[in-house]
Design a protein around this ligand. Structure first.
Ligand code: G3H
Ligand code: 13P
Ligand code: ZN
Length: 312
């Protein structure tokens, strides 16, 4: 089947109490690792491309890699999504360039400006059959310590979501409930805890509406340990506990964003490979196990965290 939008995926995910994985792609091995895992588990998937990925790999290369994955995996519903679209122009370029879904990230803007920007993107996208994710609330993070300790400032305010969604016409909404980007999400020694009370309140106010969680890598300890063992330095790297992601997936969360865990799987595997094979210099020798590690990690997410296996 051709690339799809997320509309049908989210409808089924909401009703079925599971979430679809949105994995960031930056090169061929990542696209292959993710989609092979989806093929084997019969799982729908969102492949997402950031501004940084477009700068690194080039829009055309990424589009063609994803198109190749569509051809190789004809039964798997695959959506191609712009992650954290920073402005209207970037969204327009992706909509015109073959993406089926875009995110406009106006989360750092004042409420009215966020609405105006999201609505402009929605109007352009919907006319062309493309769906839009918008964001309300600022993702918390260890880097944002002041904000987090100041209390509720960073979390999505549930009392704003109905107005935001109805005035923008967005198709899904990313909210801030305590996740953050990167590999250092919580202070070592503290108990990671997402704000399920905020998610519940949002869900109550927007019944049936798909919610998105960014910053949802779990930062598996096995990868952190491997990286540290083989010459890396990632002390205190901590992610979102998998059981909390499972709970979110059983609620209104239909899309769970994962990038850092892909980076960790690749880096841990390549570090180990070089430590064990210092004579290797053919990239295929270390990219092959790295790709296999991405595939195994994604399979685990699909089956044990997202619950979207068999949901094509
Ligand atoms: O949310 C951010 C994603 O992890 C993408 O990261 O902008 O470095 O490609 P990037
Ligand atoms: P992680 O850094 O937790 O993988 O989050 C990725 C993300 O939110 C991409 O938009
Ligand atoms: Zn994100």
């Amino acid at each position: 089947m051709p690339l799809v939008t997320t509309t049908e995926m989210f409808k089924k995910a909401y009703e079925g109490g599971y979430a679809v994985g949105a994995f960031n792609v930056n090169n061929m091995e990542i696209v292959q690792g993710i989609t092979e895992a989806c093929q084997e588990t019969r799982s729908p998937v969102i492949l997402q491309v950031s501004k940084g990925a477009r700068a690194y790999a080039n829009h055309t290369y990424l589009i063609k890699l994803v198109e190749a994955a569509v051809i190789e995996n004809p039964e798997i519903p695959i959506a191609l999504h712009l992650d954290h679209g920073p402005d209207f122009e970037t969204c327009k370029s992706c909509i015109d360039g073959g993406f089926t879904s875009v995110m406009i990230d106006g989360s750092s803007l004042p409420f009215e400006e966020n609405i105006a920007l999201a609505k402009k993107v929605v109007d352009y996208a919907h006319d062309r059959g493309v769906v839009v994710e918008a964001e309300l609330g600022t993702l918390a993070g260890i880097e944002d310590e002041v904000k987090v300790e100041a209390g509720e400032a960073s979390y999505t305010k549930p009392e704003e979501v109905e107005e935001f969604v109805s005035r923008t016409g967005c198709d899904s909404l990313a909210i801030a409930i305590g996740t953050s980007h990167g590999a250092y999400k919580f202070k070592p020694g503290t108990k990671p805890q997402l704000r399920f009370d905020v998610l519940e309140e949002v869900q109550k106010r927007l019944p049936g509406f798909p919610i998105v969680l960014h910053g949802s890598s779990s930062v598996p300890q096995e990868f952190v340990d491997m990286i540290n063992k083989y010459g890396g330095a990632m002390p205190g790297a901590i992610g979102v506990p998998e059981e909390q992601l499972r709970k979110a997936a059983s609620m209104a969360v239909c899309k769970i964003n994962i990038d850092s865990d892909i980076r960790l799987a690749i880096t841990a595997t390549i570090r180990q490979h070089f430590a064990e094979h210092p004579d290797h210099f053919d990239p295929r020798e270390y990219l092959k196990p790295a790709r296999a590690a991405v595939k195994a990690m994604v399979k685990h997410k699909i089956i044990d965290v997202l619950g979207c296996d068999g949901k094509i």
